[in-house]
Design a protein around this ligand. Structure first.
Ligand code: FAD
Length: 522
């Protein structure tokens, strides 16, 4: 049996095999030559003290052989002739639902409005370079969903470790680095995610499932309170008794469709704010207590941060922080500006960005009450459209230096930021309703007190960060996971209000697929 140890070492020891082996040999009072292998089980960074340490849980193979085992894909079955389940949306919820159905022996038919990962890149270029937003293919829509061109952070607040580990292991089996299994805060990176997503699609097709791109669902057919199928933008009908609805938090046309058809939905609180960008070296110096100029050194990764405060009775917090990353234009329709962030696997860009958002309450949507369940969505849309208008009616984003924002002062200039379509200097108070501006202003001042150096005019705020989670919930029965009124319709993932990131969306996709088990006849 390998011996498990919990140790704390300096970053250079954790990073260099010979130093780590020598350290452990000394601890175990054995010779380094007798240690055959050290397997890292968990790794995290402890930056609470001035000298940053790495916490490692390791399995030490001392005087015994270590055999490497590779993670295998589950035992998928050929489902070409099996009962069919329609999945709307090929985001993490839809893809993991499809793979789970195949494991169960059911045939998934995935209908995706966007393009495959390769083709999708062209449309991302068009947003960045030409300010053209394709309403079916963008940073939120297309193969892999909103998570494909992201930082690929794979942590979640889900306490069900087993569910999380299963998803992480599937990611590894489809090509992600095994590092994600040991890191306390694993991430994949924009450069690696598309290949993994493509491998998933190829597996779905290999085992008899279908994945149709450029296929936007425009209607859901319901008879006697049971789902019968869906209709696409070309007028094609797909019949099925089970439909997993995994269209994500940005599919406003789906929310409108459900509302029109009187399929019950409800407004849901979400969070909204700005995306802040700092020099990464500044964040490193705050988080690692290192010198701004000499930097974090070669053994520590670009530092992340996470901060939360109560400001005037509302939570204000960092969201989807991307160390060494880039701010992305995430609009899904022309006439709006939306930000989010991504990072490559090495997180080696010069800037750190993070959503800094304020908790919204249902009563904040009162001015949009006439929209009923869509009030929150209309509140969100109005802010995104206002941002578009104020920045010059292109994909340029309204921007302001952080201290200037707290002092309601238009910034005299905005330096180049990572947001490729460009910035326009705007007093960001004009983008938001008064209560939101006020909370953000006070909140940044509070943040500056806990993270010394954070509140600086070197930081540039981009507005808005508005797609933090769905503004609508599609209620479902907690037992069957079917819509509360419609048999066979499974609201799933982030768009339905049951997930808040890649991992939780994937877990929810699997959960919904498992509820289709009664179709298995064998
Ligand atoms: P989505 O991923 O939104 O997928 C929904 C899919 O449905 C889309 O592909 C869409 O095209 C399709 N669709 C919509 N309407 C229709 C229709 N009518 N017909 C057919 N298809 C339709 N989360 C993390 O955990 N970590 C991160 O690092 C991270 N970074 C992010 C960075 C960016 C830039 C963005 C935009 C998001 C990021 N997120 C991150 C959030 C994460 O991507 C989402 O939480 C997750 O993708 C939700 O999964 P989902 O399957 O529920 O929905």
């Amino acid at each position: 049996m390998p011996r498990e140890l919990q140790i704390q070492v300096a970053p250079e020891v954790a990073a260099q095999q010979d130093l780590l082996t020598a350290h452990i040999a000394k601890l175990m009072q054995v010779s380094a030559a007798e240690i055959r292998h050290i397997a890292i089980i968990k790794r995290s960074i402890d930056a609470r003290q001035k000298a940053v340490k790495i916490n490692l849980k390791v399995a030490v193979y001392y005087n015994e052989e270590y055999t490497e085992s590779k993670l295998q894909l589950p035992n998928y079955k050929d489902v070409s002739n099996s009962p069919e389940v329609i999945i709307i949306g090929a985001g993490p919820a839809g893809l993991f639902a499809a793979l789970q159905l195949i494991e169960l022996g059911l045939k998934p038919i995935v209908l995706e409005r966007g393009k495959d990962v390769q083709e999708r890149r062209r449309d991302l270029k068009a947003i960045n370079r030409d300010h053209i937003v394709n309403e079916d293919s963008n940073y939120c829509y297309g193969e892999g969903g909103a998570g494909t061109y992201s930082d690929g952070k794979l942590y979640t607040r889900s306490k069900k470790r087993g569910d999380v580990d299963r998803i992480l292991e599937l990611f590894v089996a489809f090509g992600a680095s095994e590092e994600i299994l040991v890191e306390a805060h694993p991430h994949i990176g924009t450069n690696k995610l598309p290949k993994i997503i493509k491998a998933m699609r190829e597996k779905i097709i290999e085992f008899g499932g279908q994945v149709l791109f450029d296929t936007r669902v425009t209607d859901i057919l319901v008879k006697n309170s049971a789902v019968e199928g869906v209709v696409t933008q070309n007028g094609d009908t797909f019949n099925a008794k089970k439909v997993i609805l995994a269209t994500g938090h940005s599919a406003r046309d789906i929310f409108e469709l459900l509302d029109r058809k009187k399929i019950y939905i409800e407004a849901k609180p979400f969070a909204l704010g700005v995306r802040a960008e700092h020099p990464q070296s500044l964040i490193d110096s705050i988080q690692y207590s290192c010198d701004f100029n000499s930097g974090r050194g070669e053994y520590l990764p670009p530092a992340p941060y996470s901060i939360v405060k109560q400001v005037g009775g509302r939570g204000m917090y960092s969201f989807c922080m991307c160390p060494g990353g880039v701010i992305a234009p995430c609009a899904t329709s022309p006439g709006e500006v939306v930000t989010n962030g991504w990072s490559p696997s090495k997180r080696d860009q010069e800037t750190a960005n993070s959503g800094i958002v304020v908790e919204l309450k249902l009563e904040d949507f009162k001015p949009y009450a006439k929209f009923g369940a869509l009030a929150g969505m209309e509140f969100q849309k109005a802010i995104e459209q206002q941002a578009w208008h104020l920045a010059g009616e292109t994909q340029r984003v309204p921007a302001q230096r952080m201290v200037d924002f707290t002092q309601s002062k238009v910034s005299a200039d905005i330096p180049k930021t990572s947001y490729v379509p460009g910035t326009t200097s705007v007093e960001l108070g004009k983008v938001f309703p008064g209560f939101l501006t006020q909370t953000l202003r006070e909140g940044f001042t509070e943040f500056g007190k806990s993270m010394r150096g954070y509140l600086t005019n070197e930081a540039i705020l981009h507005a808005p960060e508005s797609r933090t989670s769905s503004p609508v919930r599609i209620p479902r029965d907690p037992e069957t996971l079917e819509h509360v009124q419609i048999k066979g319709l499974y609201p799933c993932g982030e768009g339905a209000g049951y997930a808040g990131g890649i991992i939780s969306a994937a877990i929810d996709g699997e959960k919904c697929a498992l509820k289709c088990i009664d179709m298995v006849t064998t």
